[in-house]
Design a protein around this ligand. Structure first.
Ligand SMILES: Nc1ncnc2c1ncn2[C@@H]1O[C@H](COP(=O)(O)OP(=O)(O)OP(=O)(O)O)[C@@H](O)[C@H]1O
Length: 728
C-alpha cells in the first residue's frame, strides 16, 4: 500500500486578500470527490498545473471533518496491531500546527487531541467487549528535533542535556535513548501532559508566522493490549514538521537563521530520501538528518498518511509548487501494511513470585565485606555486608521518584532515580548517587572464594542488562555530543562537511551504477538541477551548491552550470572549481616529484630538460658522481622519446614539446571524441568530458602543454596514462 497523501488548503488569514488566491481544489469528474489541486504556472499564468492526491480539503473543511475523514478509519486497525504514522508537511505558516495540534476550543482541536480521545474511547470499548479480560495501557512520549538535536518535551528545558538525546538503531527501528514514556489513564491525564509539554516546544514569531514552530515535533502513542496470556502492541505517531522557510522573506535574525538552516537542511534530506526511495536506490540517506532517521519514511510498517498543508495565496507560489512536487513523489512510496503480532505472555508463575536472580553475571562486581574487611582488618560483624567492586555514579542529583502513573521506559533518563515499576525482582531500580564515575582498584578485587560466593547469594541485581546498556550508551553519546558541542565550530562544520562529501561520493557511485542508460542519467541530472533551484529559492545556497555540483557530475563542463557554481562558490567564499582542481594538480605534482626524487631519477630528467648540447650532468643528491675515467660509468642521457612518463618539460610551454607529447596534444586539440577515446585511460565518457572541458575552458584555443591539459577539470593523472600508452 502506498503512502496516503492528502492536501489541505488553509483559509485566508487576516492580512491576505482573496484577489491573491491562486490555489484551488478540483475533482477529476463531476460527482467525484475533490482530489486535484490546481495552481498556475509561475512562468505563464495562463497555464495551470494539476496535482492529484488521495483527497483534497478546502478552507471550509472543519477540524472534525478532517479528522473523521483521515484518521478515524485507522483507529480500529490500530487496535488490531497496524501502526499509524501521520505527518504534516508544508511551508511555514500553511497550517501544519493548526492541523496537528489545533486550538484549545473543542471545535478547534486538531488531530493529536482527537486521536487520543478516539484511542481512549476505543480502549474502553475493547475492555468492555472483553468483559474486562483485556486491559489497555496508553503511554505517551513527546519530543522535538530542534537544530538537529532531540529534546524530550516531557522534560522541562532546564533539566535537559543541551546536547540532546542520542538515537540508536534497535531491531531495524530508530529509538531515542533516554526518552520518557508516560502512561495516561484518560483524556484528562493526557491533556494536562500535552498542554504542559507544548509549552516546552520552541516556537517564535517570524515574519511569515507569528507562532512559527522552530522544531519538528513528534508524539508517539504506544497502545498495549494485554490479556491473560497475550500482549499486542501498536504505535500511533503524529508528526508536526517545521516548515521550510525562504529566508529572504522571513527577515530572520541570527538565531532564527540557524534554526531555519537546520529546518531547511532536514527537509532537504527528506526530499533526497523521498527521491532515493522512489527511484529504488540502494542507499537512502536517512542518516543525514535526525528527522529522516526518526520519520523512517518507507521503512515504517503500517499506515502512513502525509498531510500537505498549503496556503492559497500567491505569496507562497513557489513553496506551494515545491510542496505539491514533494507530495506527488511521496504518493509513489510503498509501505507494508503489516499487523504487529500478538506476543505470547509467559504464565504468571514464571514472571512473579520467583526467587531473586542469582547475580552470576554481576559476580565480578561483588567484593564481599569479608574479603575487603580482611584486608582492612575489620571485625566479623563489620564484614557482614557485601560491597560492590564498582559503582555507577552520575553527575546530577537524583530526581524525586515519579508518581505511579508516570512510568519511564527502559531507556530512562540518567541522573534520575529510575522509577521503573519492577516487573520482577531483578528489575528493581538502581539508585544513582551524585559522584563522578569511579572504579575500584584492581588490587581490591577479591578472588572468588567460597565465602564471597556465599555473600553473592544475598545480592540482588539492581539494574537489568538492557537498562545498563542503555545507560552506558546514553552517557557515551552525551559525552561525545558535548565534546562536539564544545569543539570549535569550524571543526564540527568540517567534520559534517567531510561526512557529507564522502556520502555524496558514495551516493554518486551508486547512482552511476544504477543509471545504465543515458536517459536515466539525464533525468537524474535534471532532478539535481530542480532540487538546486528549489534550495536556492528557499535561500539555502549551500544546499543549492551541493545540488549544482551533483548536476555537474551528470553534465560535465556544461558552461552555464559551471558559471552558476562559480558564482555561488564566490558568494559563499569557497575556492573556485578551477582553483580546487589546480590545488589538487599541484599536490599531485609535488607528490610525483617527491617520488621521482626518491627514485633518484628526477635530477637526471631535469638535466635532460636543458638544451641537449649544453648539458652538464648534475649530481643528484643521492647519485654518485660518475667516475671520470670509465666509459661505462658515463652519464647516460635518457632517450626522451622512450621515457615511460612525460618529462617535466612537457608540462610547460617553455621548451618545445617532445614528439610524443606533441602527438598527444594534437589528438587532444583535435577535439575528436573518437580519437581521444583511443588514448590509454580514456573511455567514451572521459573523452567526451575532455572535449566539453576544452570547449568550456579553452574556447577556440588549443592546449600547448600537458600541464594545461591536466588542469582541465576532470582530467588529472589520466594524461600521464595517455602519454604512457602512446606508441613511440
Ligand atoms: N484550517 C485552518 N483554519 C483556520 N486557521 C488556520 C487553518 N490553518 C492554518 N490556520 C492559521 O494559519 C496560521 C498559521 O498556521 P500554523 O501556525 O499552523 O502554520 P505552520 O504550518 O504550523 O507554520 P510553522 O511551520 O511556521 O510552524 C495560524 O494563525 C493558524 O491559526
Amino acid at each position: 500500500m502506498s503512502v496516503r497523501v492528502v492536501a489541505r488548503i488553509r483559509p485566508l488569514l487576516d492580512k491576505e486578500s482573496s484577489s491573491d488566491i491562486i490555489v484551488r481544489a478540483d475533482r477529476v469528474a463531476e460527482g467525484k470527490s475533490l482530489t486535484v489541486v490546481k495552481i498556475p504556472n509561475p512562468k505563464n499564468e495562463a497555464e495551470e498545473f494539476s496535482f492529484s492526491f488521495n483527497s483534497v480539503y478546502t478552507d471550509e473543511t472543519t477540524q472534525e471533518e478532517f479528522f473523521n475523514a483521515e484518521v478515524t478509519p485507522h483507529i480500529k486497525p490500530l487496535f488490531a496491531g497496524v501502526n499509524l504514522t501521520i505527518f504534516a508537511y508544508g511551508a511555514t505558516g500553511t497550517g501544519k500546527t493548526h492541523t496537528m495540534r489545533g486550538g484549545l476550543r473543542l471545535a478547534d482541536r486538531g488531530i493529536i487531541p482527537r486521536l487520543l480521545s478516539a484511542v481512549f474511547r476505543r480502549a474502553k470499548k475493547v475492555t468492555k467487549d472483553s468483559a474486562g479480560k483485556t486491559t489497555v495501557r496508553v503511554a505517551l512520549s513527546y519530543y522535538e528535533i530542534y537544530n538537529d538535536r532531540v529534546y524530550d518535551l516531557l522534560t522541562p528545558p532546564d533539566k535537559r542535556t543541551p546536547a540532546g538525546l542520542p538515537l540508536r538503531e534497535k531491531d531495524g527501528k530508530t529509538v531515542v535513548v533516554g526518552l520518557q514514556e508516560r502512561e495516561c489513564a484518560d483524556l484528562k491525564d493526557f491533556e494536562k501532559l500535552y498542554i504542559e509539554a507544548n509549552q516546552h516546544r520552541v516556537t517564535a514569531a517570524t515574519k511569515l508566522n507569528a507562532h512559527s514552530s522552530r522544531s519538528h515535533a513528534i508524539i508517539r502513542v504506544q497502545i498495549t493490549q494485554t490479556t491473560s496470556d497475550m500482549v499486542l502492541e501498536s504505535v500511533a505517531s503524529a508528526i508536526d514538521l517545521a516548515g521550510a522557510e525562504d529566508n529572504r522573506r522571513t527577515e530572520n535574525d541570527k538565531t532564527r537563521m540557524v534554526e531555519s538552516a537546520a529546518i531547511n537542511k532536514s527537509l532537504f534530506v527528506l526530499s533526497q530520501c523521498i527521491d532515493a526511495i522512489v527511484k529504488g536506490e540502494q542507499r537512502v540517506p536517512y542518516r543525514e538528518s535526525k528527522m529522516t532517521r526518526i520519520l523512517g519514511l518507507g521503512q515504517n510498517q503500517g499506515v502512513t498518511v502525509m498531510i500537505l498543508n498549503l496556503a492559497p495565496v500567491r505569496k507562497y507560489h513557489l513553496d506551494t509548487l515545491s510542496s505539491l512536487n514533494v507530495g506527488c513523489r511521496v504518493k509513489r512510496i510503498e509501505v507494508k501494511e503489516v499487523k504487529n503480532e500478538s506476543v505470547f505472555k509467559a504464565p504468571k508463575e514464571l514472571t512473579t513470585g520467583r526467587q531473586p536472580l542469582k547475580p552470576i553475571m554481576n559476580a565480578h562486581n561483588v567484593a564481599t565485606r569479608a574479603m575487603v574487611g580482611k584486608e582492612r582488618g575489620e571485625t566479623e560483624k563489620e564484614k557482614g555486608k557485601p560491597e560492590r567492586l564498582f559503582n555507577v555514579y552520575v553527575d546530577k542529583k537524583p530526581a524525586p521518584t515519579a508518581t505511579t502513573t508516570a512510568r519511564q521506559n527502559s531507556t530512562a533518563v540518567l541522573g534520575a532515580r529510575l522509577p521503573l515499576a519492577p516487573k520482577r525482582p531483578s528489575d528493581e531500580p538502581l539508585t544513582l548517587s551524585s559522584h563522578p564515575i569511579k572504579f575500584a582498584r584492581r588490587a581490591l578485587a577479591p578472588k572468588h572464594t567460597a565465602s564471597s560466593r556465599q555473600h553473592q547469594q544475598h545480592i540482588t541485581v539492581t539494574v537489568t542488562p538492557s537498562e545498563l546498556e542503555a545507560l552506558v550508551e546514553k552517557k557515551v553519546a552525551e559525552v561525545l555530543a558535548s565534546r562536539q558541542l564544545h569543539s570549535p565550530l569550524e571543526t564540527q562544520a568540517q567534520l559534517s562537511e567531510d561526512v557529507r562529501r564522502r556520502l555524496e561520493v558514495l551516493e554518486r557511485k551508486v547512482e552511476e551504477e544504477a543509471a545504465k542508460k543515458d536517459g536515466a542519467e539525464r533525468a537524474k541530472g535534471l532532478r539535481c538541477l530542480l532540487n538546486a533551484k528549489q534550495a536556492k529559492e528557499c535561500g539555502d545556497e549551500v544546499t543549492a551548491l551541493g545540488w549544482y555540483e551533483k548536476a555537474l557530475a551528470v553534465f560535465p563542463g556544461e558552461g552555464r552550470l559551471v558559471g552558476k557554481i562559480e558564482r555561488l562558490r564566490a558568494k559563499l567564499g569557497l575556492p573556485s572549481l578551477f582553483e580546487e582542481e589546480e590545488r589538487a594538480a599541484e599536490r599531485e605534482k609535488k607528490l610525483r616529484r617527491k617520488k621521482l626524487e626518491e627514485e633518484d631519477e628526477y635530477q637526471d630528467w631535469m638535466d635532460v630538460d636543458a638544451p641537449e648540447n649544453s648539458i652538464e650532468p648534475r649530481k643528484s643528491r643521492t647519485q654518485k658522481a660518475p667516475s671520470k675515467n670509465t666509459e661505462t660509468s658515463k652519464f647516460v642521457v635518457p632517450d626522451k622519446e622512450n621515457q615511460p612518463w612525460p618529462l617535466p618539460s612537457d608540462y610547460t610551454t617553455d621548451c618545445p614539446p617532445s614528439p610524443r607529447t606533441q602527438q598527444l596534444l594534437d589528438i587532444i586539440n583535435s577535439r575528436d571524441v573518437a580519437r581521444i577515446k583511443g588514448l590509454h585511460g580514456f573511455g567514451a565518457k572521459k573523452a567526451q568530458d575532455l572535449v566539453t572541458a576544452m570547449n568550456t575552458y579553452k574556447g577556440e584555443e588549443s592546449v600547448k602543454s600537458l600541464e594545461e591539459v591536466r588542469k582541465l577539470p576532470g582530467v588529472g593523472r589520466v594524461v600521464e596514462r595517455a602519454y604512457e600508452g602512446l606508441a613511440v
